[in-house]
Design a protein around this ligand. Structure first.
Ligand code: GN1
Ligand code: MG
Length: 343
């Protein structure tokens, strides 16, 4: 990124001595690590405000969460952005939003889950995150992305894309459209869940990929990061996205579908890590739908990728022409493989 010094100057008085490098693999924000004498000291993020229409709601939520932890003497670590010199939670330069988050010392993140222990640690951290706010009135949290994991909404977006979207692309993915339609019962069950009192809205992270967990040198989990999508939600979002993103060695970008396979030992590790912190807080009905969580998230992601493909890739960044179509095939293969290990 060119001309980043004024951004840093808004937070730190002087940007001298600092260097900036691209960081991570996210599809939404632009992320950089800020180093001083080769030590990582901050994470700088350019918030995608086309996706997060209300960046001030993110700040509101993080503040609320921090003060809940303090007020209840809960030791969970929550890496929050620092204030600008003017006391704001972010700086706006040329219409772009930037925030600066202290780098957690002696921590590292990983991009893929290669041993079950990592899956256990991550699931334990995300379980602990939600459990840390047990008893909090979640309706005080603001929505940062409307209808983010509302599967009915995602289904309707898909139906609409089939009407107004790119005709050539619709013709090309006829097969995948049928597969998604055949799985409509996943949407129908979601609609039952949202009207059923035994499913609770809790403080939910909504982006539980492995790179959102910090590990220490002994590879134990320290905390979770990337709090933008923390909102009230159902456990199926967080548990489900761990299944979606940790079970297969190959990730959602893999185009060789033979390599997209759910691993049973990772399934076990995720379930155990999550339940250790959450089982005593969940209802019987919730505990009966642990596997549904995986189907829900994998299916929703396939639906979102295909919708974006049909809409000419207006949401997810792509690296090649058919990227979103290939991602859809990948997620459908994962759904199939997931079903085979839970059968
Ligand atoms: C987006 O960019 P990233 O990885 O944080 C998306 C998630 C998807 C994911 C798929 C705000 O997250 O919901 O699961 O891509 N986040 C948003 O790679 O849409
Ligand atoms: Mg994210």
């Amino acid at each position: 990124m060119e001309n980043w010094q004024p951004i840093i100057n808004s937070f730190l008085y002087s940007s001298a001595d600092y260097t900036l490098h691209p960081f991570g693999t996210g599809l939404i924000h632009k992320t950089f690590v800020v180093e001083k004498n080769k030590e990582k000291v901050f994470i700088l993020q350019q918030v995608n405000h086309r996706v997060f229409s209300w960046p001030e709601n993110i700040s509101h939520n993080i503040q609320l969460l921090s003060s809940w932890l303090k007020g209840n003497n809960v030791k969970t670590l929550l890496p929050a952005p620092i204030k600008t010199i003017n006391g704001n939670d972010y700086v706006i330069i040329d219409g772009e939003y930037f925030r600066l988050i202290p780098f957690v010392e002696n921590s590292h993140s990983i991009d893929t889950c290669s041993i079950p222990e990592e899956a256990f640690e991550a699931a334990n951290q995300f379980g602990n995150f939600t459990a840390s706010f047990d008893g909090m009135n979640v309706s005080n949290l603001k929505t940062t992305i409307k209808d983010f994991h509302n599967l009915t909404f995602r289904w309707n977006q898909f139906r609409e894309a089939l009407v107004v979207g790119n005709k050539d692309r619709i013709a090309r993915c006829k097969n995948e459209i049928h597969l998604l339609e055949d799985d409509y019962p996943i949407v129908a069950l979601f609609e039952k869940i949202v009207t059923n009192n035994s499913f609770s809205l809790r403080v939910t992270h909504h982006d539980t990929k492995i790179s959102n967990v910090l590990f220490n040198k002994e590879n134990k989990g320290i905390c979770v990061i990337d709090l933008d999508t923390v909102m009230p939600g159902y456990f199926i979002s967080d548990l489900g996205d761990m299944f979606r993103t940790y079970l297969s060695k190959a990730n959602e970008e893999e185009t060789d579908l033979q390599l997209v396979n759910a691993r049973k030992d990772f399934y076990k590790a995720i379930t155990e890590g999550y339940k250790e912190k959450m089982a005593d807080k969940m209802s019987i009905d919730e505990l009966n739908l642990l596997n549904y969580a995986g189907e829900f998230m994998i299916y929703m992601q396939a639906l979102r990728f295909l919708t974006d493909y049909i809409n000419d890739d207006c949401y997810y960044s792509i690296s090649y022409e058919d990227n979103n179509y290939q991602r859809t095939l990948n997620q459908l293969a994962l759904l199939k493989s997931f079903r085979s290990i839970i059968a």
